[in-house]
Design a protein around this ligand. Structure first.
Ligand SMILES: Cc1cc2nc3c(=O)[nH]c(=O)nc-3n(C[C@H](O)[C@H](O)[C@H](O)COP(=O)(O)O)c2cc1C
Length: 181
């Protein structure tokens, strides 16, 4: 798929076909995400692929902060990717101090880039995804046994699309861009 077409036609998908996503396909999509840039090439993004029905149910029922949309999406998706980052590396000096005045901002930045690369690679493979930001982090960490020293950045539902939503309206570049010089 042409790059721009991939960027423009990717949509957040919240309904999926009940068809499993083969390991090889998940691996290709995560492999694409490993090509993302990261702070000093720290590569702190980690992925937990949840396909277990009981755990998916727990993420939906107990970790979604009562947000019905996400409950339904999680239950419906064949897999949920938990995108975590190894803490205290991205944006940090070797002595543990922050490298910039933005503090912990950079690990989320790295995770965001990895998430979008994963979503675009998934789209190019014919898969749908949606990034889920509404969750109770402590509950997800406990339920999925995320190791100490990692933080949950986002959950990403993934599967073959069962809907084709219209594109939500986008701002025009001339309305959001300022040229200096
Ligand atoms: C950081 C982030 C968090 C998001 N959280 C949610 C969420 O919790 N639930 C949901 O249904 N969509 C979520 N979305 C998806 C956005 O609603 C969606 O990207 C936006 O409406 C634009 O639609 P599109 O992705 O189809 O272009 C999130 C997206 C991002 C980038």
């Amino acid at each position: 798929m042409d790059f721009l077409a991939c960027v423009q036609t990717r949509r957040s998908i919240r309904k999926y076909k009940q068809e499993p996503v083969p390991n090889g396909v998940i691996e290709r999509v995560i492999s694409a995400a490993t090509f993302s840039p990261s702070w000093k090439n720290a590569q702190t993004a980690r992925y937990v692929v949840v396909r277990d029905a009981d755990l998916k149910n727990e993420l939906a029922e107990k970790c979604s902060m009562g947000f019905e949309f996400n409950k339904n999406t999680i239950k419906n998706a064949p897999a949920i990717v938990l995108l975590t980052t190894v803490s205290s590396r991205s944006g940090y000096e070797r002595d543990g101090s922050f490298s910039t005045s933005k503090g912990t901002h950079w690990e989320s930045f790295d995770a965001g880039i990895a998430a979008q690369t994963l979503c675009l690679a998934a789209h190019a493979e014919g898969l749908g995804t949606v990034i889920l930001g509404i969750f109770d982090e402590d509950k997800v960490v406990k339920a999925a046994n995320i190791p100490e020293g990692e933080k949950l950045s986002a959950m990403i539902a993934i599967g073959y699309p069962g809907e084709a939503p219209n594109m939500p309206k986008r701002k025009a570049p001339q309305d959001i861009t300022k040229y200096i010089g």
